[in-house]
Design a protein around this ligand. Structure first.
Ligand code: GAP
Length: 456
């Protein structure tokens, strides 16, 4: 597999992802999505919405706010407990997450349920060293809250402190009653949301894997208590199938079922889908059975009844929740790593080709005039027609061979070339990214042909 450094370089030179604020020396761990990256991101979100909302009879879509009443975070437990164990090297002042230091020291240990004292004792007993200076001198661990604070209000002194949401899920829980009432959905049903989340991570890094600003795609699936583990298995497999259908290889993916002692206090089953990143298997997607923890917390704190009334049985209850939650950027990274290929051709040339699933490819089709002077007008007219239905691009500079290679490298699925025969035969050459095979297609058949090729 390609290295992380190489994919960072590739993403930058092709226009997928640039460093944020680069003109001013950058802002650590921020990234901007360029012309190709923003299309890839959008295609991933569209594919998720298509599968998780549009194609299921169960689920609806919402878009709730990033700024929420601070009471939400008191009720949900985020203000008191959304923290990571922070420690610092006494010698070089480098900051670490203590749980990550322990896991790096012994990958067989899972310290997620440990107290800060237990973690600190481990660091001392096992003489865990700082990766930067090599000294084993860590300061006592303190819990560091990861929520970003900001202020709402015009006059600074009177402005009230609020927080940027660290997950999109809470907006769904707050609107549970309104959504159920207006859609008249019966349990089981689910609510999907795609949106930004913010976490003041202690150790962001690995390119776009862990950042402080990111996008989540979350489904909160409401079920009758007692049926949650069945639904948990259902969504687990559903998520895995979605990844494989979009081209990730089964051998690059694994379930990491959390052991009972490592479960959060509100969960009765949790698994991560892990992807084989260049540094090893790591979390791509978290799937948790969260019981009625969130609805109960908001019901208690707000003193509003959030119970569901089953119209068939007249039972009243707080539904349990199964939650698959995934970061868009982690998916971007996984799909890019998986798709990047350097193919050695018969003439020993190396062809750089990005084998993205056609649904994810930034451009489905490139329109190319064989000779700019003769074919530009027809090619531009064709581009205009095709771009009404497909993400299309137009390229007329340099030789046709170079243009094909450029399109291969950014994952464009088909290249359509207007040439000397086009006018007379009303046909074009279509070249396929993966096989480089070419065929002649009538212009009038082109939209249907492309649709079929990209599985729309
Ligand atoms: N509502 C549940 C929740 O937020 P999580 O395991 O903290 O659960 C879910 O996050 C997913 O969001 C992760 O599996 C990951 O894909 C993504 N994610 C979390 N923190 C992230 C970060 N700092 N940068 C990028 N993606 C992140």
């Amino acid at each position: 597999m390609i290295t992380l450094d190489k994919i960072v370089q590739f993403a930058k030179t092709t226009g997928f992802i640039f460093q944020g604020s680069e003109l001013y020396g950058g802002l650590a761990n921020t990234w901007d999505y360029g012309p190709l990256g923003s299309l890839l991101k959008r295609n991933i979100k569209d594919a998720w919405i298509q599968k998780f909302q549009r194609e299921t009879p169960f689920n609806v879509l919402v878009d709730t706010s990033i700024l929420l009443n601070t009471e939400v975070w008191k009720a949900s437990g985020h203000l008191a407990g959304f923290s990571d164990p922070l420690t610092e090297c006494r010698n070089c002042q480098r900051r670490y997450r203590a749980d990550q230091l322990i896991e790096a020291h012994d990958p067989n240990i899972d310290p997620s349920g440990w107290s800060t004292d237990q973690m600190y004792q481990y660091l001392i007993d096992h003489k865990v060293t700082c990766a930067h200076c090599g000294k084993a001198e860590f300061l006592p661990i303190r819990q560091f809250n990861m929520m970003f604070e900001t202020y709402q209000g015009v006059i600074k002194e009177q402005a009230s402190q609020i927080y940027l949401r660290p997950e999109t899920a809470q907006g769904i829980f707050l609107q549970f009653k309104n959504i159920q009432r207006t859609t008249r959905k019966k349990v089981p049903f689910g609510v999907c949301q795609v949106g930004k989340a913010f976490r003041n991570e202690i150790t962001p890094g690995n390119f776009i894997f862990r950042t402080r600003e990111f996008e989540q795609m979350e489904l909160e699936f409401f079920v009758k208590p007692g049926t949650e583990l069945e639904w948990f298995s259902y969504w687990k497999q559903f998520c895995m199938d979605w990844l494989i259908n979009l081209g990730l290889k089964p051998e690059q993916l694994e379930f990491d079922d959390h052991k009972p002692e490592a479960l959060s206090h509100y969960s009765n089953a949790t698994t991560d889908i892990r992807f084989k990143f260049p540094w090893g298997f790591d979390e791509l997607w978290g799937i948790a059975s969260r019981t009625d923890y969130d609805l109960k917390a908001h019901q208690t704190h707000s003193q509003e009844n959030l119970e569901y009334l089953d119209p068939d049985t007249n039972e009243r209850y707080l539904p349990y929740v199964v939650e698959p939650s995934v970061g868009v950027e982690r998916l971007v990274l996984a799909f890019l790593l998986n798709a990047y290929d350097e193919e050695t051709l018969e003439n020993e040339d190396i062809r750089q080709v990005l084998r993205l699933h056609p649904k994810l490819a930034p451009y489905k089709v490139a329109v190319l005039p064989l000779v700019k002077k003769h074919h530009q007008e027809q090619a531009l007219a064709l581009f205009e027609t095709l771009s009404l239905n497909f993400d299309a691009t137009y390229d007329e500079s340099q030789s046709i061979g170079k243009r094909y290679r450029r399109q291969d490298a950014i994952g464009t699925y088909l290249c359509v070339t207007v040439d000397h025969d086009t006018e007379e035969t009303q046909s074009v050459t279509v070249r396929h990214r993966d096989t480089m095979e070419q065929e002649r297609v009538l212009i009038k058949d082109l939209p249907a042909y492309i649709k079929k090729q990209i599985h729309y």
